[in-house]
Design a protein around this ligand. Structure first.
Ligand SMILES: Nc1ncnc2c1ncn2[C@@H]1O[C@H](COP(=O)(O)OP(=O)(O)O)[C@@H](O)[C@H]1O
Ligand SMILES: CC(=O)N[C@@H](CCC(=O)OP(=O)(O)O)C(=O)O
Length: 299
């Protein structure tokens, strides 16, 4: 078979174009949140795993934080347990918490770990209970309708927020050249389990590790306006307006909040990226324009 010079030159071009990005990000930490909605296709999961292994191979430290909302929903459904969300958070009673722990801590986590390892990476899966590294406290949810003078505090069960992250656990894995794959389960002071929205965990981990980037992979092309066009380069007041007028709702609420919090805390950029696009992670890191919605602290 003769060498296709044109095709070979294209490959060489792509490789050299990525050089400045490889140099810029070598040694840096990039936190990638793999949303449950973005991991429904085995082929895409394999491409995601290859992207993560490639990042590691060129000297970047990828940290994977995963969700699994739809997968939790499927098992709850099979078990005939009803579920509902308040402000994008799953109401979590004790029975639901058991299912959350089974799905996130076991099946989803080990599936991602195994796929990365099958592609030549060295992934280790942990939940926040390992080494008690994600300490959580109960999340207080406030809701206010126009007829209320003061907001009402609603109890949504074993739902947590991050109180503290012990970065030593992640640093130890990085030092051993492992790729940490983190399930968003926290542990309370009394040892109880907390279901934490994966976006919130990813954001906090990016903050604590002083990551270069936070990438949130989901099932939309970015933050969309009312006409379905991608919004990018937003400031905090603009985001507040979009929440107030209902453009941002449901699962996008915690996502956008943690993207903003992370850049305010020093992460250079947060990206909301379409995980349904093949090699979305590489496109974001190794191209000029990137894809999806970019949030920085710049005005
Ligand atoms: N303004 C918006 N732009 C894009 N998606 C939005 C917006 N507001 C709400 N959403 C919803 O947020 C969802 C993404 O959040 P979520 O379902 O929690 O995804 P993931 O599992 O990836 O975290 C989208 O599928 C969409 O239904
Ligand atoms: C409190 C809360 O809502 N926890 C989420 C945790 C999983 C998650 O965040 O998954 P995605 O990223 O796929 O949405 C849940 O129970 O669905």
């Amino acid at each position: 078979m003769s060498l296709d010079i044109k095709a070979a030159a294209n490959v060489a071009n792509v490789l050299t174009e990525s050089l400045p990005y490889i140099q810029r990000f070598a040694g840096k930490t990039i936190v990638v949140k793999f949303g449950g909605n973005a991991m429904t296709d085995p082929q895409l999961n394999a491409q995601f795993a290859r992207d993560i292994v490639l990042m590691k191979t060129v000297g970047i430290n990828p940290i994977v934080v995963h969700g699994g909302g739809p997968q939790i929903g499927n098992l709850l459904n099979k078990l005939n347990i009803e579920t509902r969300f308040v402000n994008g958070m799953r109401v979590t009673d004790s029975e639901t918490m058991d299912v959350v722990e089974m799905v996130l801590g076991a099946s989803v986590n080990k599936e991602i770990v195994n796929t990365i390892n099958q592609h030549g990476g060295k992934a280790i899966g942990i939940t926040g209970k390992d080494g008690s590294f994600i300490q959580a406290r109960k999340l207080e949810v406030k809701q206010q309708t126009p007829d209320m003078l003061v907001p009402e505090i609603i109890d949504i069960g074993h739902v947590g927020e991050v109180a503290y992250i012990n970065r030593n656990v992640i640093d130890t894995l990085i030092a051993g050249d492992f790729i940490p794959v983190i399930a968003p389960i926290g542990v309370g002071a009394d040892g109880s389990s907390y279901n934490i929205n994966a976006d919130l965990v990813a954001g906090k981990i990016a903050e604590v590790l002083e990551a270069e980037k936070l990438m949130l992979l989901t099932n939309v092309s970015g933050l969309l306006d009312k006409n379905g066009d991608i919004l990018t380069g937003l400031t905090t007041p603009q985001v507040d307006e979009l929440i107030a007028d209902g453009t941002i709702y449901g699962g996008m609420l915690p996502k956008i909040q943690c993207a903003l919090d992370a850049v305010k805390a020093g992460v250079s950029a947060s990206h909301i990226v379409d995980g349904r696009v093949a090699h979305a992670v590489l496109l974001e890191i190794f191209t000029d324009d990137g894809v999806g919605t970019l949030i920085t602290n710049r005005r």
